[in-house]
Every structure is written in structure tokens, then in C-alpha cells.
Design a protein. Structure first.
Length: 122
């Protein structure tokens, strides 16, 4: 009986550890609360909706996900598709993003630190 409980405990710990890497960074919250405001400062993050177009995938220390953000612009409802990259190792946690599509009619986005270089995650 003790052997089975120990085995069950080890399996549960391994499952929690393997999912912890994906739980370490919230791609959806980042896209809604950081990226949207950086790219479109006048858009309301509170009213925006976000969803995964591609779930987070990990390749070594690098994780990436494709996130779609639906937000209200000045004249219409818009959407923005972003590829978000998250890099974590023992010494650093960094995030970077690329805007793949944006339906905003202005055609330009504000200069955004996440688009130009890797930024440290706090």
C-alpha cells in the first residue's frame, strides 16, 4: 500500500512539474494587459477579450503562443494577432512579441518595447 501511495505521489509531482512551466507565464494576461496597451495606448485592456489561436508550445527554454486580442477602437471593433515568445532559464525571464495582423484602420501602431527587443519580465 505504501509503495502505491509513493508511486502515486511521484506521478502527481511529475505532472505538476511538467505543467508548471506552462503556468509560469500567462500569455493571455500579457497580451491583454501589457501588449495591447503598449501597441494601442488608447484601447481599453479591461474591455478586451483574448484567446489562443495556437496554444503555448515549448522548445527548450523558449515558449511561444499565438494570441488573438479583440479590442474596441475609436470607430469599430478590432482584433490583433500576435506571436508571443517567452524565454526563461535560471538567470533571466524575457518576453518578446510580433504583431502578425491588426485590423486597426490607422495602419500604425505606437512604438512598443516588446516589438523592438526582448524585455525582462518582472
Amino acid at each position: 500500500m505504501k509503495k502505491h501511495l509513493l508511486s502515486l505521489f511521484v506521478v502527481a509531482a511529475l505532472l505538476l512539474t511538467s505543467t508548471a512551466a506552462f503556468a509560469a507565464f500567462d500569455f493571455l494576461a500579457f497580451a491583454q494587459n501589457e501588449l495591447l496597451g503598449c501597441v494601442h495606448p488608447t484601447a481599453s485592456a479591461e474591455k478586451a477579450k483574448v484567446e489562443y489561436e495556437k496554444e503555448p508550445a515549448q522548445d527548450g527554454d523558449l515558449m511561444k503562443a499565438r494570441v488573438k486580442v479583440f479590442y474596441k477602437g475609436w470607430t469599430k471593433n478590432n482584433s490583433m494577432l500576435a506571436e508571443v515568445y517567452y524565454l526563461e532559464n535560471k538567470s533571466v525571464k524575457l518576453v518578446h512579441a510580433e504583431i502578425l495582423e491588426d485590423t486597426a484602420s490607422t495602419g500604425n501602431v505606437a512604438p512598443c518595447k516588446y516589438l523592438s527587443s526582448w524585455q525582462e519580465v518582472k
